[in-house]
Design a protein around this ligand. Structure first.
Ligand SMILES: Cc1ncc(COP(=O)(O)O)c(C=O)c1O
Length: 552
């Protein structure tokens, strides 16, 4: 037996007095005076579960392939889900929701008596273990199939196994977009007595404004749900619309097929528009009437689409960089994609490419540049405005000499580094310049340095986090120099008033518009983010691959 809200066990359905058309119903309070406008036929009277209502149940049962006893018509499937939560949650109920999912259900579940547990689930093979584990700890499990918004269809075998294994757990399967999925429904499982399938007329049957849906389940479950059911909720007009559409389902299901064929067009166009270095860089085609695009700045793309007359759903707070775009008339889809294309052309990240030096263009501070860098440098500089932005503490003139010796042609202005020969003529590990004290990565610390810092009240450093990039300094186990990180820790503990100023790329604002930053550290990433550059992480993509992509 499933756990039921005890109040539902004690009561029956709330019914209103109803009778045929030949009898005047004075058993319910209705207003018999006429309206003074047209089109108000029947509106004075409460909706009744009339013959059309019964016909609709039969049609739905026939469409779904179950008996009429398995159908409960509801005021939209949203209301169906609320009814289920009312009836099947108590204060002890644990509701499992794999997310991302239908936010309407998450909202209702949060308001229910139960406790919601969400787990990340994208339909990938590796996601199932956690799901199966969490089902063991849950009482009610919700899933949309196909999933909104990610568009996957839950693995049938795994779900069947769980339904059979846990007869006391309730599985709510929301099939709002079933018609778009092209897969078998889970209605076959309703006789297990722990499965409820919800469906709607809002999507495939285009009746979102009529507020009509239905529940498919076993009679025992429907009898419990009926306790929270109000027969007045189902409008006669909605029943009429639903009946007309379901009787003419061939037309609506053909529309569904045609809508899904539009995905081929979307795929074909988007393939040519997106790319690794582009503003809109990926798209996803789900088994539902929408598609997802990933943009470097989703809010900006939403704004541009809104200016073009299209409101789309920014899902980026939940799904990194994603916005969801519903299918609509083909000419509008064409326009939406035209806007995306225009935005991508305009926001061309690839005019300027900025490389970090150590760990990116070369292995460490002591090595030559990687062969692929050397081999493609000319092609890169012909195609892009190329810059190198490094935190290497060597004076700029010696870094320029290094580039020349490695045959990397670069204008002096395009090498951005924190230290010049003038600042540190003797290559010291710390120095004073224009009244400020600068301390480099591996300083030789003496009393004079401390004294100077204390008097100045400020110390300038290139970067704090040598832990992320110390590999660039080469592996020299015999080096015993103090590390800047320890030194700074000492300064901030013993002299908390001393200001530590970072002069490296983290504090650098370049004001050059869009660019791609290729780097290998979190510092590079933060530099890219603060400048609004697209960051390519050499820890994820090799430098060879990155250069190949840039030169496609
Ligand atoms: C997955 C899902 N389930 C249920 C609903 C509710 O639909 P309705 O209340 O219109 O039947 C929606 C609506 O967007 C949905 O996306």
């Amino acid at each position: 037996m499933l756990t039921v809200n005890t109040k539902f066990k004690e009561k029956g359905e709330y019914k209103i007095a109803s009778c045929g058309d030949s009898v005047i119903n004075l058993a319910i309070v209705e207003n018999f005076n006429p309206h003074q406008f047209h089109g108000a036929d029947g509106i004075n009277f409460y909706p009744s579960q009339n013959q059309q209502f019964m016909d609709l149940i039969d049609e739905v049962a026939n469409y779904v392939g179950v008996s009429a006893m398995n159908i409960l018509v509801t005021n939209g499937s949203g209301k169906a889900l609320d009814m289920i939560l009312n009836a099947y949650t108590t204060q002890d109920t644990r509701i499992l929701i794999p997310v991302p999912n239908y936010p309407g259900f998450v909202h209702s579940a949060d308001l229910s008596q139960g406790t919601v547990k969400t787990i990340p689930f994208y339909g990938y093979q590796e996601d199932y273990d956690l799901f199966v584990e969490e089902v063991a700890n849950a009482d009610v499990i919700y899933m949309s199939v196909p999933n909104l918004p990610w568009g996957y269809v839950f693995d049938e075998d795994i779900l069947n196994t769980l339904i059979n294994k846990y007869p006391k757990k309730l599985f709510i399967i929301d099939e709002a977009y079933h018609e778009y999925s092209g897969v078998k429904s889970f209605v076959d499982k309703i006789n297990e007595n722990n499965v409820i399938v919800t469906r709607t007329f809002s999507k495939a049957f285009a009746l979102a404004g009529a507020r009509i849906g239905y529940i498919v389940s076993c009679p025992d479950i429907l009898n419990i749900l009926r306790v929270g059911y109000n027969a007045k909720d189902i409008l006669n007009s909605s029943v009429e619309y639903a009946l007309k559409t379901i009787k003419n389902r061939k037309y609506y299901l053909t529309n569904v097929d045609n809508d899904m064929k539009m995905m081929d067009y979307i795929k074909e166009r988007m393939c040519k528009i997106v790319g690794f270095f582009k503003f809109v860089y990926e798209f996803i085609i789900p088994k539902g009437p929408w598609f997802i695009v990933k943009a470097r700045d989703p809010a900006l793309l939403c704004k541009r689409l809104l200016l073009g007359g299209y409101l789309v759903r920014d899902k980026s707070s939940e799904l990194k960089d994603c916005i969801r775009i519903s299918l609509c008339a083909k000419n509008d889809i064409i326009e939406v994609i035209d806007i995306i294309e225009a935005v991508n052309n305009e926001m061309c990240y690839t005019k300027t490419v900025i490389f970090d030096l150590d760990g990116t263009l070369r292995k460490d501070y002591d090595t030559d540049v990687f062969p692929c860098v050397h081999n493609h440098w000319k092609a890169l500089t012909e195609r892009y405005s190329v810059k190198i932005v490094t935190n290497n503490p060597k004076p700029k003139s010696s870094l320029m000499a290094y580039l020349t010796s490695n045959k990397l042609d670069l204008d002096d202005a395009d090498l951005v580094c924190p230290i010049t020969r003038e600042m540190n003529p003797k290559n010291d590990t710390w120095f004073e310049y224009n009244g400020k004290i600068y301390v480099l990565g591996f300083p030789v610390i003496d009393h004079a340095l401390l004294q100077k810092i204390v008097v100045s009240g400020e110390v300038c450093i290139i970067e704090k986090e040598y832990n992320t990039s110390s590999g660039e300094m080469g592996q020299y186990p015999d080096i015993k120099l103090p590390h800047i990180g320890y030194f700074l820790e000492f300064i901030s503990k013993c002299y908390p008033d001393i200001v530590i100023t970072i002069i490296g790329k983290e504090s650098l604002l370049m004001n050059i518009g869009m660019a791609v930053m290729v780097g290998d550290t979190d510092i590079d990433k933060r530099f890219a983010e603060s400048n609004g550059f697209l960051f390519v992480d050499i820890r994820d993509v090799s430098i060879d691959e990155c250069i190949d992509q840039l030169l496609i």
